[in-house]
Design a protein around this ligand. Structure first.
Ligand code: CAO
Length: 475
């Protein structure tokens, strides 16, 4: 009897196993069929290529906003073909030059992992080469002044006719409206996007920030737009236009200040130190110095050595859940129960005095000592790191966030690698190309021109800088 029971149990177990196997197989098959996805790769992580392998970009960008976008896409694996004006190239190659005769860091740090081809886009032969590139690329990225691309003959209609799959992505200073024709640089966008009016100290003028939120920030927005358009193209089979206005990009990053603008209708902004100081609020979101932009009050405080080191400071956040730990740390245990200090609302009008007391403590320690002590107690603090400290920080080198690359004319330089880490797409950070370094290679291997055709193109002047006339010719 027991034997029979045991056999029946084993039989039902085997049947259940078989059914489970069937279900898994069926589900995986169904899923793969419905999503059109291949089977999960069996290759080790990081060895299955890169996220944007196979995507080819006609990179018509210059200065900063556009190049930062295409550099990110190149880090993700896209083949980025940067088109530059013969003999001149991207203007930043020569701007803020530190090494005579070599491409500047301004250029090299935002054009890594790309290839460079020189084409005169206003030359008849140059237009022909560009048309061929349009047919073979997936995305055209540009950040010329409004109308410049059209003046080259590369209108949306022309591009779409040549290659209906092409995505045309642009950065402009402003979106459609009264300022759409304006040329725009970083700080213009910071001002027009609401950032400058809300940055700085209340008793000082508006301030721009050193972070390039107008240029690099908009480049980042554009990269997301491009990747989304590529994803949509998988369904629709057609390209589309992607536009990121720098004003919009800055506003998106400054959105908490538009939040505060609306809160003003309902009373003062109690987390702003101006509230504690009894200074009335005006009609618009004010500048808030180093006040935290969120619900946990914070401020920048001096640390040991501040008298001689301009970066001996720390950002200190009085996060409510760790208030009692902060009181013990700074030698104010009585504040834990004092009704004037025990709760967040009670502390709001007293923030200045609270931060003064915390500063008396931070001034006795280096910023790294404060960091070490506070982190052990879960108190959020941030040392003010100088660019020198960042350049030398080993952990940033280890993660590939700061990368050293070699360069044939300027020698080794540091660049910022991919700040977006994908576990199966490892960024390949390479040096920026020399002007026209890949012209020949692209003409032959990407565009398929023969030796004879390449010779004709070279002779036409479409890819070379106009020769200076000899003295005899000029006479
Ligand atoms: N061959 C021939 N001509 C070329 C060329 C090539 N390969 N590449 C560019 N040009 C030409 C353009 O066709 C344009 O000519 P036209 O004015 O005759 O049409 C000309 O070069 C200059 O282009 P531009 O107006 O874009 O450049 P600019 O230096 O005068 O202005 C900038 C620069 C940034 C203000 C402007 O491009 C702009 O507003 N861009 C959009 C916003 C933006 O990205 N700003 C970020 C700047 S970084 O701080």
């Amino acid at each position: 009897m027991a034997k029979r029971k045991k056999a029946a149990k084993a039989k039902s177990k085997a049947a259940a196993k078989k059914t489970a196997k069937k279900v898994v197989k069926f589900t995986a098959k169904k899923l793969a069929a419905s999503n059109g996805l291949p089977r999960p790769s069996a290759k080790p992580w990081g060895q299955a290529g890169r996220a944007l392998d196979g995507v080819r970009i006609l990179d018509f960008t210059h200065v900063q906003s556009g190049p930062t976008c295409t550099q990110l896409l190149a880090y993700m694996g896209a083949d980025c073909i940067k088109v530059e004006r013969p003999g001149i190239g991207d203007i930043t190659r020569g701007q803020l030059r530190d090494v005579k005769g070599a491409d500047s860091l301004y250029f090299t740090m935002i054009n890594g992992s790309k290839r460079s081809i020189t084409i005169d886009s206003k030359h008849a032969k140059g237009k022909e080469i560009l048309d061929r590139l349009v047919k073979l690329c997936d995305v055209l990225v540009e950040n010329f002044a409004p109308g410049a691309l059209d003046r080259m003959g590369l209108t949306w209609e022309h591009i779409h006719k040549l290659n209906p799959r092409m995505i045309v992505a642009s950065v402009k200073g402003f979106g459609p409206g009264p300022y759409e024709d304006c040329k725009v640089y970083e700080n213009v966008a910071q001002c027009a996007g609401g950032s400058a009016s809300t940055t700085g100290f209340r008793d000082g003028p508006p301030l721009v920030t050193g972070s390039q939120i107008g240029d690099s920030g908009t480049g980042l927005h554009l990269a997301l737009g491009i990747v989304s358009a590529l994803y949509q193209r998988n369904r629709t089979g057609r390209g589309q236009r992607v536009l990121c206005a720098m004003q919009d990009g800055v506003l998106n990053l400054a959105r908490v200040k538009l939040r505060d603008q609306q809160r003003l209708k309902h009373g003062p902004l109690t987390e702003y130190s101006q509230y504690g100081e009894g200074v009335p609020f005006g009609k618009a979101t004010p500048r808030a110095g180093n006040d935290s932009g969120g619900g946990q009050p914070g401020w920048i405080l001096k640390c040991k050595g501040w008298e001689s080191d301009p970066d001996a400071y720390i950002y200190f956040i009085t996060q409510a859940p760790v208030w009692t730990a902060i009181c013990d740390l700074i030698g104010k245990p009585e504040w834990k129960t004092d009704p004037d200090y025990a709760t967040p609302p009670a502390r709001l009008p007293r923030l200045r005095g609270i931060f003064d007391a915390i500063e008396q403590w931070t001034m006795t320690k280096t910023k790294f000592e404060v960091m070490e002590i506070c982190n052990k107690q879960d108190i959020p603090v941030g040392p003010i790191l100088s660019m020198k400290e960042i350049a030398e920080e080993p952990s940033l080198r280890a993660t590939g966030t700061v990368v050293e690359v070699d360069h044939p004319t300027r020698g080794a330089y540091l660049t910022v690698g991919n700040p977006i880490k994908l576990s199966d797409s490892i960024a390949d950070v390479r040096r920026s190309p020399l002007l026209g370094e890949h012209t020949d290679e692209i003409l032959r291997k990407v565009l398929g021109y023969s030796d004879k055709e390449v010779a004709e193109i070279k002779a036409s002047g479409a890819i070379t800088a106009p020769e200076k006339p000899t003295k005899a010719e000029a006479a």
